[in-house]
Design a protein around this ligand. Structure first.
Ligand SMILES: *Cc1c(COP(=O)(O)O)cnc(C)c1O
Ligand code: SF4
Length: 353
């Protein structure tokens, strides 16, 4: 049982100001930010925080710059909406789908590409909608893998996680289930034996950890990751390249080495999506490519993630290096041409307006 003064998740600029984490004078603007995009910092995140400009503060503390929308930014930056055959399912590839049981998260990342739809009041699939999603997957034999995401699906209680695993396990053509989550690093106490047991089915569950800084990998996070891996759950990571968080070679190196040290294989490093109000956190594609090129040779091969670009407009993710993405060749090297999996070419950044 927690004591009455046990630390709580901080969910408003006022709560942050009371803890001295943001300046009280800034509150009116931060209230505007919070009215638009949800705020939440778990006790684990608050404990790791050293200031508004450290890699933790930049990811989770609301910032007045979020109120500015850059011309190339868009509300649905990767075009999920256009690829949804029914509520809670997104399909952009023949062999795998996203299943989004809920749109709530333990924390709200300031750079989130789903920031327009996630939040404490975000849509949840009711039992009937969830059943409809399982029926659709069951009737679509090409689906080899189901990627459970949201929101953060591991905020669900272990018995709800078990229900999802059981339903997918009962579909013979679903061979792999992948859970995308931030829970082990932002709320490690939720990684209980019951949760690990819920993930263990004949159909394997992989857990893909979203983690952007080695500062997120403290002792409690390390213990939660151990519980999963020791419990037989293989882990990958995905990170978002973020200015001031992991865009310095030493920061990125510490993150990638830290993950491998904890038996988490770095999978994807995403180029920052064009989510609204996130320009101050984005690097250019040219900067990202130079940073990632610099890892080769310096860092063990098992520490190397694939740098990925999600082509705006719902055209899919591709590696952000050649031959998928190449300089457009018409100027200063700031513009690129990205080839989608169907072979179509798109300009990046997209021409706005
Ligand atoms: C990112 C994504 C996937 C997973 O892609 P992988 O390259 O297999 O990790 C699947 N479906 C959708 C709609 C996605 O956005
Ligand atoms: S946990 Fe994921 S879905 Fe939730 S706010 Fe962060 S990036 Fe977005």
């Amino acid at each position: 049982m927690s004591a009455p003064d046990a630390p709580r998740t901080l969910r408003s600029p006022r709560a942050l100001a009371e803890r001295g984490l943001v300046e009280a004078e800034g509150l009116p603007l931060l209230e505007q930010v919070a009215a638009r995009y949800a705020v939440a910092l778990t006790p684990t995140v608050v404990e790791a925080l050293r200031g508004p400009d450290d890699p933790i503060g930049r990811q989770f503390l609301p910032d007045p710059r979020e109120l500015r929308m850059a011309p190339e930014e868009r509300a649905d930056p990767i075009g999920d909406e256009a690829h949804s055959p029914l509520p809670g399912i997104v399909r952009r590839y023949p062999d795998r789908v996203l299943l989004k049981p809920l749109h709530t998260c333990p924390v709200y990342c300031r750079f989130c590409f789903r920031r327009e739809v996630v939040g404490p009041t975000g849509a949840q699939l009711d039992p009937a909608a969830l059943r409809a999603a399982f029926d659709w997957i069951g009737q679509t034999p090409e689906i080899w893998e189901v990627i459970v995401t949201g929101g953060d699906p591991l905020v669900l209680a272990p018995d709800r996680v078990a229900q999802i695993m059981d339903a997918l396990d009962a579909i013979p053509h679903v061979q792999v289930v992948r859970w995308h989550t931030r829970i082990p690093v932002v709320d490690p106490r939720r990684v209980t034996e019951a949760l690990v047991a819920a993930l263990r089915r004949p159909t394997p569950a992989w857990v893909v950890l979203h983690c952007n800084s080695h500062l997120e990998l403290g002792p409690a996070a390390a213990a939660a990751i151990s519980r999963l891996v020791d419990g037989g759950v293989p882990m990958l990571s995905q990170s978002v390249l973020l200015r001031g968080v992991n865009d310095e070679p030493a920061q990125l190196e510490a993150l990638l080495r830290g993950l491998v040290r904890l038996r988490v294989k770095p999978y994807y490093l995403h180029h920052g999506d064009l989510a609204p109000g996130t320009a101050h956190l984005r690097t250019s594609l040219a900067e990202g490519r130079a940073l990632v090129d610099g890892l080769r040779g310096r860092l063990s091969g098992i520490c190397q993630p694939t740098y990925m670009l999600d082509i705006p407009g719902g055209h899919g993710k591709v590696p952000a290096g050649a031959p998928w993405v190449e300089p457009a060749g018409d100027g200063e090297g700031a513009a690129f041409t990205a080839r989608d999996p169907q072979g179509q070419r798109h300009r990046y950044p997209p021409v706005s307006g």
